[in-house]
Ligand binder design. Sequence first.
Ligand code: GDP
Length: 515
Amino acid sequence: MAAFCVTVFLVLCCFNFFDRKNRKKMADTIAAIATASGNGSISILRVSGPESIDITAHFFYHSKKQQDSAGQPSDSNLPESEPYLSSDSLVSASTHTIHYGWFGPSPEELIDEVLVLIMRAPRSYTAEDVVEIQCHGGGLAAKKILELLLERGIRLAEPGEFTKRAFLNGRIDMTQAESVMEVIRSKSDLALETAEDHLRGDVRDCVRQMRDVILTDMAYLEAALDDPEHIELTDYPATLTSHLDSLEQKIRSLLKRSENGRMISEGIRTAIVGRPNVGKSSFLNCILREDRAIVTDVPGTTRDTLEEDVRIGSVLLRLIDTAGIRDTSDVVESIGVEKARSEITNADLIICVLDSSEPMTDEDRLLLEKCSDKPCIVLLNKSDLSPQLSLADVQKECAVYDMGKTNILEFSAETGDGLSVLEQLIGELFLQEFCAEPDCHRSKEPVITSLRQKEALRQALDSFDRIRQTMDAGMPEDLLTIDLLGSYEALGRVTGETVEDDLVEKIFHEFCMGK
Ligand code: GDP
């Protein structure tokens, strides 16, 4: 037990060094406008730190006519010539209370009518005393209020500094901190739900469970090395191997699902391909419901790729309209054709457009073959014209290339016929991919979307390999402690428990102001 405690203590000491340095910086009080600039109805300022309530109270006035909880004027015996009273009520206010009043340097120079929210440490976003001031929107009132606060010694917050404080104060871990920006940047229901799961701590809990297993193994090993007479190490390699196997399986499945994570957060990369003039740009405009791409009946006009996001149900598609694929001697067009070919390789989904008013050509066949190893939807476009190409013809062709995952639909970009069937199909195709069980809305297991977290998981796998090599080589057991510590540290990088100072700075600098 003693050895276990010593191990835990050493591990915690090793990785808390960055914490102390940042804590010093957190003794100051910071403020920023949290709402986006522009014409909105309200603006919100955030203030966090030890002086946030006192300094806000200094500029806060309430109306003499303001009523108390019993409905009586709170200060009825004061002269009419002093309609606004300096208010100390904020200083003694309970946590999570809202106060109505005016804000300004003096009762004669009030800036704006405000609502002030008081959230006392540790029950606040940063786990420090936090004040949120709601004033009228448009930006100017908020700016003037901010200037007053800064004049009084509060420092302007850096981007992401409120969330950084929440992290450094231990209220959230790094996966939750990163999810704050994921929530803000979400472009689809699925992305938002995944980010909210991260915010609730699904990745943190999963990683902490794995770290606990390693910590227990480390403690056992330390204890056995300290007390070889009473604690046996004969079966330890077998036990450790079985623990590593199970952890490795968990990490590999997290990494596998993280591919879905990319599609969820960045959108499903969808290449629209086909030979010139089959209606690719018309299809893009049809699904976007706006004239985004140039449509002409002159073949070869789309020479570069064009990217647009579209939300279909709960998924996001990143649509890429490519140049028509054909052999061409035009230099500019041929660069576009090359780009289109590489888009097929990079895409998660291909929408292959054929012109059903013409018979199938060799170029169409070649294209179908190229799409054969990817999830692909073939659109028989121009279904409003008299058909020269049937569903059966295309099915026969697809069978030649063994395109098991292909779905073929009759479609008209001109009339929009087939659009709802297509949207339903895309939803089904990808919700299946994201779900573990057929009926679930999406996988219940954590889905990692951050490249940084993925990299840390890969490092954990590398350190597992080193542990196995140490065991296989029959090296002394105390060397295993070093390898185990390496894997513990790698997993700690996911949750931020073992990230270096400069990385912490870098991560939070990508945040927006006031967050
Ligand atoms: P792209 O070169 O493949 O991008 O093809 P475009 O979208 O530029 O379309 C080429 C021509 O086909 C244009 O004249 C479009 O108006 C026409 N077109 C596209 N889709 C349809 C359709 O569903 N029905 C009909 N009748 N014409 C279409």
